[in-house]
Ligand binder design. Structure first.
Ligand code: GSH
Length: 212
């Protein structure tokens, strides 16, 4: 039985889709992402940064969405969400997840939390603008990497495609972010992932109102 510290719109939603795809029982523990509200103490004890997702299971716990993705895929190989260690596409799987986490998510952070990157309030709009430009740069790298491929790994669907979809739901025109239409190869994958029943369940609110 897994426990997932969760907040709507956050990176915990991609992990929830993975748990649905794997078909294991799990419990969602409501958390928050705003600055003002205190986090559940059990979450903070595991992740002092105060962000979600945090995953707990009988023998352990962890945070960092990309690491949780790799962990769950490896722990439940029967779900076929990742190439095995000796598969030739394994390197691209790991590379893409880490790039998502340290480059695309970092660009999102500049636009959602500019105060973490500058000292003066006056500099925040500049950080936000750079973040938007960085989003365009990093999404373009992924779009070019995908090219004509059906999925990120070529013919083989994987958890990296679910991760890509999750990241696409964070793009907001109101924040000056680029639109997914600028990245047609990535959009092709995001559109297909959206059709998955697990994604339809988890992302019900986003599907009704993408700017929620
Ligand atoms: N590197 C972390 C980042 C997670 C993250 O930024 N989570 C956001 C929601 S998507 C959050 O909890 N924000 C609240 C905060 O940073 O205080 C990961 O990939 O798990």
């Amino acid at each position: 039985m897994y426990k997932l510290f969760f907040a709507l719109k956050s990176a915990s939603m991609g992990v929830q889709v993975l748990l649905e795809e794997i078909g294991v029982p799990y419990e969602l523990i409501q958390s928050v992402v705003d600055k003002e509200t205190p986090r559940p103490p059990e979450q903070l004890a595991i992740n002092p940064n105060g962000w979600v997702p945090v995953l707990v299971w009988d023998e352990g716990s962890m945070y960092e969405c990309a690491a949780i993705t790799m962990f769950l895929c490896d722990k439940h190989p029967q779900a076929r969400l990742a190439p095995s260690v000796d598969d030739p596409t394994r390197a691209l799987f790991l590379q893409t997840l880490v790039y998502f986490s340290n480059s695309i998510q970092n660009a999102f952070q500049l636009t959602y939390y500019p105060d973490r990157f500058v000292d003066a309030l006056d500099d925040e709009p500049s950080a936000q603008m750079r973040g938007c430009r960085r989003l365009r740069e990093t999404w373009s790298v992924i779009d070019n990497q995908i090219g004509d491929n059906e999925w990120i790994l070529g013919d083989q669907f994987s958890a990296a495609d679910i991760y890509l979809f999750m990241l696409s739901t964070w793009l907001r025109s109101a924040k000056g972010h680029p639109s997914m239409t600028e990245f047609p190869n990535a959009k092709r994958i995001a559109d297909k992932v959206l059709q998955m029943p697990s994604v339809q369940r988890v992302y019900q609110q986003w599907i009704q109102d993408p700017e929620y």
